[in-house]
Unconditional design. Structure first.
Length: 358
């Protein structure tokens, strides 16, 4: 009993119900999350890995190819607008001529109406009764009848001229809409070109001068060696064209080597790809369409193994780039923005097909 009395009696532990402890746990959890957030803010942000030179080159090539596609689409829309504007001008000239003819016919019709009014428009029977010379009256009546027939013809002519003029005006309205739509489309493609080229320039600006030189050197792979004292490469051997026209086209294109690329340009100071080939064959007296897409159908197709100097060579599945073959496995072309007209190997880009303009 004494031992039992000497022990201290333990008081029962009181625990709050779970519901009453939940706010405290929420506060603790909130403090934990806040601390984690603060730690995350204090930690340095993970930087994205810098793209490799190969990745930059691939992206720049893609951007330039997209810009070239947009350039050819711009050229096509511009050509459509110019053709529609020429048709609109012709329609306006025809409309002016028809308006003059209509005014002349109306004047003649009005003169006849005035003469009829002055004569009083006397009924034929009454005029015959009052006439002192019936034979003279009948003669005049026959002339009046013929005059009436001519007047009816004039009325028909006026009506036809009115219809023609209305049709011309309707056609002019359609051409004006075509011009506006084509100009808007060209402007959209212009914006695309500028956006792609600007992005490519920004990418290249992130690389060192040495890396940019390396990229340029890789672009120039397959070119013929340069002549002494010249930066631009020249043909590796003599060029033997199959015709005088082809020789003229090749000679013209080679004379442009070193001139700057200019999207939408057809010379004489700058060229884009289809502008160069169009100008080259134009110098030979052969008219080519403006775009690479249309030039791909100008002339018979030529197999890769049968290429001859002067042939047009197309690249990529959509024929968005065109060059002029000069022989010895080489082409001359306006490559892309920032690169002058130059020579390259015929297989330096994905070969799509070739044509022979003449």
């Amino acid at each position: 009993m004494a031992e039992h009395r000497g022990r201290r009696r333990r008081r029962p532990i009181y625990r709050k119900p779970w519901s009453s402890r939940r706010p405290a746990l929420r506060v603790a959890a909130g403090l934990t999350l806040a601390g984690a957030a603060a730690t995350a803010l204090e930690a340095p942000a993970m930087a994205e890995p810098e793209p490799t030179l190969a990745e930059v080159e691939e992206r720049v090539d893609t951007l330039h190819h997209e810009a070239e596609r947009a350039t050819e689409a711009y050229n096509e829309a511009t050509e459509t607008a110019e053709e529609a504007e020429a048709e609109l001008a012709e329609l306006a000239a025809r409309s002016d001529r028809r308006t003059e003819e209509l005014n002349d016919a109306r004047d003649a019709l009005g003169a006849h109406a005035s003469a009829s009014y002055r004569s009083g428009g006397m009924p034929a029977g009454l005029a015959l009764a009052l006439s002192s010379d019936p034979e003279e009256y009948l003669r005049r009546a026959a002339v009046a009848s013929r005059t009436g027939d001519r007047q009816a013809q004039r009325v028909r002519e006026v009506t036809e001229k009115l219809r023609d003029l209305e049709q011309l005006r309707d056609e002019a309205d359609e051409r004006a809409e075509t011009v506006e739509a084509a100009r808007e489309e060209a402007e959209r493609h212009r914006e695309t070109v500028e956006e792609r080229l600007a992005e490519a320039e920004e990418l290249l600006a992130t690389r060192t001068a040495e890396e940019r030189e390396r990229l340029l050197a890789e672009e120039n792979e397959g070119l013929a060696p340069a002549r002494a004292g010249r930066d631009e490469p020249r043909p590796a051997g003599p060029v033997e064209a199959p015709s005088a026209r082809a020789a003229t086209a090749v000679g013209f294109a080679l004379a442009q080597v070193g001139k700057p690329y200019g999207w939408g340009a057809t010379g004489p100071d700058a060229f884009d790809c289809s502008g160069l080939t169009q100008a080259a064959w134009g110098a030979a007296g052969v008219s080519l369409p403006r775009t690479s897409y249309a030039q791909a159908t100008a002339g018979p197709r030529v197999a890769r193994s049968e290429l001859a100097p002067g042939d047009l060579v197309f690249y990529y599945a959509d024929n968005s780039h065109v060059a002029l073959y000069i022989g010895n496995g080489q082409i001359v072309h306006a490559a892309r923005s920032g690169t002058p007209v130059r020579l390259a190997g015929v297989d330096s880009m994905p070969f799509s097909g070739a044509t022979r303009p003449a």
